[in-house]
Design a protein around this ligand. Sequence first.
Ligand code: KG4
Ligand code: ZN
Length: 400
Amino acid sequence: MGSGLILAIESSCDETAAAVVERGARTLSSVVASQIATHARYGGVVPEIASREHLRAIVPVVRAALAEAGVGLHDMDAIAVTSGPGLAGALLVGITYAKALAFAQGLPLIAVNHLEGHIHAVLLQEREARAEAGADQPALALVVSGGHTHLYLCRPNAGSWHYSLMGRTLDDAAGEAYDKVAKLLGLGYPGGPWIDALARFGDAHAVPFAFSQIKTKLHLAGKAPRTKAAKTAPIANLDPRFLFSFSGIKTAVLRYVELHNLRPEAEARAVRLFGGMGKKPVKIPATKEEALGLCSQQVLDLIASFQHAVVGDLLKKTLAAAESLGARRLLVTGGVAANRELRARFGAEAGRRGLSVAFPTLALSTDNAAMIAAAAWPRFQAGEFADAGLSADPSFALGR
Ligand code: KG4
Ligand code: ZN
């Protein structure tokens, strides 16, 4: 074995990323080319455009990752790539390129689950901070992003990790609700950062949104709506207290908008933000004046109430799971883990209960390849390699 260098590639959604990481513990480089600006004008990710943009970006991004790390392909010990879950066409771009590199260099290829990557974003950071003791302890992980809201019990097991699925969303992911509500209110894409910023200037108790107890039987009988996110794992054996559902609150926001005739305001805002080509983009407001220049107080209150309810639901169910499983350590990761209110409330509540909670840095919260290289390291050590037939697995489930 060489110096333990892994080159990882991530292309599951709208970021083309490559990174070089040593022994899953030291990041030499992490390059992310975001397509957000390209998709923003459509108000969401357009799969065909994503594949085309990955094709354009993959070679320069991998080159930049190697150059920044000051290494060449011949220095690598393995190539890792996200093989799912994600958009099939987007995943294929990364997989095809990773396979070609591995074949040309005679290196082993490692397939990584994107959700396992998000979990390892936190573990990588803890190892980098030399908090070795923390990094290899069992933990309850909440992976909360644009495509996922999953709870996993993670246990180290002879150098590798074992994941048990404890809960997940039945319909929309939390990030998806952020994005849809932002779109409905005429805000930018992705919606998370807009809602995060604006929520600070509203009254979180103005609109009493409520989450009701999930009834698993309805879903098992096929009577409840399902989305693509819901298909990734069976729910029959999950405790209903740890199941999430975010499509209801999105509808409740829509109803509030209709009832209070807020649609004209939202439409005018969308035109202001995105109307007219070549216009200078409007920045996310940072002060109350800027926020009020963009939204009425009523809309700011609606945004604050929406976020308060979503974060409250994530917090309540994660803590219930931690208590019931006896987990002392929480990892919160994925794009929504960048949220300020979420970090503050998880930090405060975990502190009250004597639990530890860890978040990735903001750069490691959203999609990147360093987390994929970190997740690949235990697989490399265990000799778990993919064969030449590796293909995209758009609904790749993690754990059972
Ligand atoms: O992990 P990620 O980059 O991609 C997926 O795997 O989905 O997560 C993207 C999601 C988007 O839905 C975005 O709106 C949300 O994360 N997000 C946030 C924040 N920053 C990004 N949600 C709430 N607050 C934020 N600050
Ligand atoms: Zn992700």
